[in-house]
Design a protein around this ligand. Structure first.
Ligand code: SF4
Length: 115
């Protein structure tokens, strides 16, 4: 049995979590202030995921804030950033517009803010 210490990033409280591991699998989570922390910890020790945020250059040169619409595997972020850097768009766009469908198996790339 081993213990992994994490800080929950699901809300600003940042609970200190301890995950007991057995044979590479989480068997218990302590320190979470709510159920989201338990789920976060269980996912983080097996397959960590993050929402990717960046910008895409519109054809007129304006930078458009973008993000993945779901968390993606951390191991895929480098490839996703390469695709984002090759992406352009035409204005106008609005928050939530899909710029790249299925930028990963799990997510689309969407507009995240006003250009
Ligand atoms: S466990 Fe719950 S209360 Fe604690 S940081 Fe995570 S989301 Fe916030």
């Amino acid at each position: 049995m081993s213990v992994i210490s994490l800080t929950c990033i699901e809300c600003p409280i940042g609970c200190a979590l301890e995950v007991e591991m057995e044979n590479g699998n989480p068997v218990s989570v302590k320190g979470n202030g709510c159920p989201r922390g338990k789920l976060y910890a269980e996912n983080e020790v097996v397959c960590p995921k993050r929402v990717v945020t960046s910008t895409v250059r519109a054809k007129n040169g304006v930078m458009v804030p973008v993000k993945t619409d779901r968390p993606v595997k951390k191991s895929e972020i480098f490839e996703i950033m390469k695709k984002i850097n090759q992406t352009t768009c035409e204005l106008p766009v609005k928050i939530g517009d899909v710029l790249v469908e299925n930028i990963s198996d799990e997510a689309n790339l969407v507009v995240a803010g006003n250009a």
